[in-house]
Structures are given as structure tokens and as C-alpha cells.
Ligand binder design. Structure first.
Ligand SMILES: O=C(O)CCC(=O)C(=O)O
Ligand SMILES: [Fe+2]
Length: 237
């Protein structure tokens, strides 16, 4: 793709992304990374100095697969994604707080938000790359790493379903109070992604908004290899 990644993010249809976040809790965006960028990110999975920690998901019973947290300072693409998505998502986050009768809490820039994390002892970087092979999966979970958390995450898939792997849909499950849970099965093309809530979302009820909890995960990869890039905005203790 010709434009800089920051420009591709700015050029997304933010009006409809905000509407989708408000109405459904999540929003899908079309490919913003091209085939070469996806391949380079996936290839760099083996470049150990880029990472601060590797997690074997089976060992923690998180699923089956592996992921690596990038070392700060982040490589260009994860850094541009984190920085480029943050301001729009901070607006949505403050709007959601307002719906719940709470004051705005999220600063306009990623740097100011990260300074808050660091002052609270959350200093380790959290953006990550994940790798699943056939039989791999990711159990439903939330990514909370301390007192401070940003209410949205962004996830991009780096391979093409149907060509590079089968299965491996992104899963979102919403739990409303005193109700049964609802699941969303999300298919993403290579380079495309989803914005989803870290912990909860406000849902319009008869007397104002109430909170529904969300968890996310990945269905079983039935063949091939699936890499994905997870942009978490809060750093970890
Ligand atoms: O591989 C995926 O699609 C999910 C990754 C994930 O759990 C995350 O980015 O927080
Ligand atoms: Fe996650």
C-alpha cells in the first residue's frame, strides 16, 4: 500500500466505526496492511531480539499456540498502529464513560496515557504477535494487566483464511447481567482487523445504559498457520 500507515488509519471510515462500536460493541475495518507487510511481520516472529517475552499458551492453559510481547521501543508497524488508533478510541472511551454518568478519563494522546501507566508501575509493553498452528486456539479471556486499562483493543490478522489457514475465527462473547451470553464469530481477511472492548461495553437499556462484560478468543485453527497482531494500549505491571 502506498500511503503511510498513519494516513491509512486516519482514512478509515471513523463515522461508521464509532457507530458500530456504540451499537454492537465492536467494529471491523478493511485491510490496512498489505501482503508484504503482513509477511514481514510474520517472518519477524523468529527475530528474538524484538521480543521481551514468549508465552507457550498450553503451559498456562490459555489455549494452544504461542505469542510474544514486543520489546519497547516497538517496531514501526505496531508503534504506528498503537499511536494511530489511540486518539479515536480515546474519544469513544470517554463517550462510553459519559453514557455511564462518569467523567472523561482518557487523555488525547497515547503518550500521556502511557505516562499514567508507567507512573502506576505498569511499564512493560503489551503489543504482541501470536502464532497458531493446526489444532491451535485461544480460550475466551480479557487482557487486563494492572489497575489501569484502556477500554479498547485492536487485533489484525496477518494471513488469509481459506488460503493460509482454515478455521481460526475471532470470537467475542458478551455477557449481559442476568442473561445468557451472546457470541460473535468474526472472519477477518489478511491485513484487516477488529476493534473490540477490553472489559465491558455500555448497552442502552430502558433506564439508561448498563454494562455488559466481554471476553474474546480464537476458534480452533483446523489447518495451516495463523499469525495475528494484538494492539493493547495499556502497559503491564
Ligand atoms: O489471535 C487473535 O485473534 C486474538 C489475539 C488476542 O487475544 C489479543 O490480541 O488480545
Ligand atoms: Fe487477547
Amino acid at each position: 500500500m502506498d500511503k503511510r500507515l498513519s494516513e491509512r488509519i486516519a482514512a478509515l471510515d471513523w463515522t461508521s466505526l464509532h457507530r458500530s462500536m456504540d451499537e454492537q460493541g465492536f467494529a471491523l475495518f478493511p485491510p490496512i496492511l498489505d501482503e508484504l507487510e503482513c509477511a514481514q511481520l510474520a517472518d519477524s516472529y523468529e527475530d528474538e531480539p524484538l521480543y521481551r517475552k514468549t508465552i507457550d499458551m498450553k503451559r498456562y492453559r490459555f489455549g494452544a499456540g504461542e505469542y510474544k510481547y514486543y520489546q519497547a521501543p516497538l517496531p514501526d508497524i505496531p508503534q504506528q498502529l498503537r499511536q494511530g488508533f489511540y486518539p479515536e478510541l480515546a474519544q469513544a472511551a470517554n463517550r462510553w464513560l459519559n453514557q455511564l454518568g462518569k467523567p472523561p478519563r482518557y487523555p488525547d494522546s497515547l503518550q500521556n496515557f502511557l505516562e499514567e501507566c508507567h507512573a502506576a508501575g505498569q511499564t512493560r509493553s503489551t503489543p504482541l504477535i501470536l502464532k497458531y498452528e493446526a489444532e491451535g486456539y485461544n480460550c475466551l479471556h480479557q487482557d487486563l494487566y494492572g489497575e489501569i486499562y484502556f477500554p479498547f483493543q485492536v487485533l489484525l490478522v496477518l494471513n488469509q483464511q481459506g488460503a493460509d489457514y482454515e478455521g481460526g475465527e475471532f470470537l467475542l462473547v458478551e455477557q449481559r447481567p442476568r442473561a445468557q451470553s451472546r457470541g460473535h464469530v468474526i472472519r477477518l481477511d489478511r491485513g484487516a482487523g477488529v476493534i473490540f472492548p477490553t472489559q465491558m461495553r455500555p448497552v442502552q437499556g430502558t433506564r439508561g445504559h448498563y454494562q455488559a462484560k466481554l471476553r474474546h478468543g480464537v476458534g480452533t485453527i483446523t489447518s495451516g498457520t495463523r499469525y495475528s497482531l494484538g494492539i493493547i494500549f495499556h502497559d503491564a505491571t
